[in-house]
Design a protein around this ligand. Sequence first.
Ligand code: COA
Ligand code: AMP
Length: 631
Amino acid sequence: MSNYKTTYARSLAEPEAYWAEQAEQLHWDRRWDRVLDDSRPPFYRWFPGGRLNTCYNALDRHVDGGRAEQAALIYDSPLTGTIKTFTYRELRDAVALFAGALRAQGVQTGDRVVIYMPMVPEAAIAMLACARIGAVHSVVFGGFAAPELAKRIDDAKPSLIVAASCGIEPGRVLAYKPLLDQAIDLSTHKPARCILLQRPQCAATLVAGRDIDWQDALAGATPADCVSVAATDPLYVLYTSGTTGKPKGVVRDHGGHAVALVHSMNTVYDTKPGEVFWAASDVGWVVGHAYIVYGPLLQGCTTVMYEGKPVGTPDAGAFWRVISQHRVKTFFTAPTAFRAIKKEDPRGELLQQYDLSHFKALYLAGERSDPDTIVWAQQQLRVPVIDNWWQTELGSPAIANCRGIEAMPVKPGSATVSVPGYDIRVLDAAGLEAEAGEIGNLAIKLPLPPGTLPTLWHNDEGYRDTYLSRYPGYYLAGDAGYVDADGYWWVMSRIDDIINVAGHRLSTGAMEEALSGHPAVAECAVIGVADAMKGQLPLGLVVLKAGVSRDPDELGRELVERVRAQIGAVAAFKQVAVVSRLPKTRSGKVLRATMRAIADSAPYNAPATIDDPKTLEEIAVALKSLGYAKQ
Ligand code: COA
Ligand code: AMP
C-alpha cells in the first residue's frame, strides 16, 4: 500500500498543494486566488477567485486538443433500437446550439433550468448547454411523479424546464408531458418556458405561449460561446431524499466538481483519455451526473448512454453486448443490476457469446455490495470488481479501491479505503472515535474535499442542521459502518429513515406523507425490508381512523396507487398491511427499527421505553401475512 499510503497522507497533510496539482489538469480562464477559503467555517469554498467553464473543459478543450473526431458519447437504446455516436465536435456543436436556444428563450447566467428527461442524448446536451452559459441545471429523475417534480420546481424556481414527451420502459411508453403539466399546475412557481423534445413514440401537446418544440427552439438559435464563471458558482442542484418528505437540494460548484471528477477518473476509476467508460445508471441520479456526463467527458473519454435494463432488453446478456460492441474498458453499475442478471443467467452462459477483451474493471456503488454478488461477478467476468462508497452530497467516491494509485486486495463486502482528500472517522453517540472493528456513525472531518456540497440550495441552515450539527467539525454521512485493522471500510446501513431500493435512495418519510393523506388513515409507518433482488423494499403499516371499516385489499390497492401517484413508480411501494396500533415508545416515537428487525427476522431488543410490548406481536403477525418475519 505504499503508493496509496503516501498519496493519501499527503492529501491530508498538504490539501492545498494536493488539490492545486489536480486542478492543473483543467483549463482555467483565471487562476484561483486561494486553493481553499476556510475563513467561514463550517462553510468552506475551493478555488475562490478562479474562473472556468465546465462545458469548455468537457468538450471544447478536447476538440481544440485533437479529440474532435473521437467519439464523445455513444447513445445505445435497446428500448428504441437506436445506436448513435456523437464525436466531440458533434457534441460540442449540438451543445453550443442548444445553449443558444436556451439564451434565445431568455435563460440567463445563474438562472435555474429543470431537466425532466429519460436517457436520451438530449438530456446530456441540455445539461452541458446549461453549464456552457452558466445556468444552473436541476435534473429530476423520470421515475418521479408530478408532486415530487412540483416540489423541486418550487425549490429551484427554474426560469425554464426542458422535458421530453415520454420515457420508455420495457413494454410501455410513459408520457412525461401530462406529468409535467400537472407538476406546473401544482407548483407555486411557474416557469416562463418549457422546451419539449418530441420523441417519435409519443407526441406531447404543447401549451401555447409557454411550450416550444425542441426543434423549433433550435431553428431560431445561434450557437452560444462558453461563459466564464466563478469556480464557486453553482453548476447544478440535485435533489436527494432526506428523512422528511422535502427533498434536499444538493449544490455542486463548477471548480471543485471538475477537479474532483478528473481526480476520480484517474485515481479511482483508472480510466485515461481516449478510453471508453460506461455507467449504467440514469442522468437523474448523481452517478449519471458524474459518470455518464461530466466525469468521462472532462477526462476526454468516450461515455456510453444506455437506455435499457440489465435484463429483458432483450436478455440478461445486454450488458455484455454493450461492453463488447463499444469496447468498454470501465463499467459502473449498481449491485442490484448484477443480482437481476445472476437470477436470469446464474451460470453466465450469455457472457460466452461476447468478446470482452477490452473490459478491465467493474465498479459497483449506490448500495451496499453484498459479498455473494461481488464473488459471482468476479467469477463470471474475471476482472477486478470494485465496490465504492459515496453519496449525492459528496459527488464522487469517498471510499474505494484507488486502482489508479495502487490496486489493493479486494475484501468482498468492504468498499476498501478512504479516497485521498477524505478524512473519515467512526464516531460513537458521544462523539468519541470507535476502535477498529467497532460499528458507529461515519463522519468526515471538515473541510470536505473539492466537489462535495458547499451547502444546500438557498438553505445554509438546513445544511448545518442536517450534516454538521451532530458532531462539530465533522460532516455526518448518515451511514453506519466500521474500519478494520487494515484500514478497510465496511459500510453497513443507514442510521436514518432513508431506504435504498434497487440502488435508488428513497425517503420513507415521503411515503408516510402520501399514506397519511388517505382519508381512511389515522397514522402509518413505512419501513425498508430486506429484499434479495432490490436490497430493500418499502412496506407500509397503517392504522385506520376510528370507526372506519374498509376492505383491506381494496384499501391496499388505493394506498399503493397513492404512493405511485405522489412519489412515482420508482418507489416500488407495493406492500401494505392494516394494524390496530403502531409500536411506540412512551414518548410516542414509532419503533421503525424494531419493526424492520422483526420483518427481516434479525435479532432485536424491544426498547425498555416501549409503551406496550404486545403491539409487536400484532406487527409480527401482519408482517408474516406479507411473507416476512419468518422466524
Ligand atoms: N421513468 C419512469 N418509470 C421508471 C423509470 C423511469 N426512468 N425507471 C424505473 N421506472 C419504473 C419501472 O418501470 C417500475 O415500474 P413498475 O412498478 O410499474 O414495474 C418501477 O419504476 C421500479 O423500477 P426498477 O427499480 O427499475 O425495478 P424493475 O423491477 O423494473 O427492475 C432492476 C429491476 C434491478 C432491473 C432495476 O432496478 C435496475 O436496473 N436497477 C439498476 C439500478 C441503477 O442503475 N441505479 C442507479 C444508481 S447507481
Ligand atoms: P445516493 O445519494 O443516492 O448516492 O445514496 C447514497 C447512499 O447509498 C449512501 O449514504 C449509502 O447509504 C448507500 N450507498 C451508496 N454506495 C454504497 C456502498 N458502496 N456501500 C454501502 N452503501 C452505499
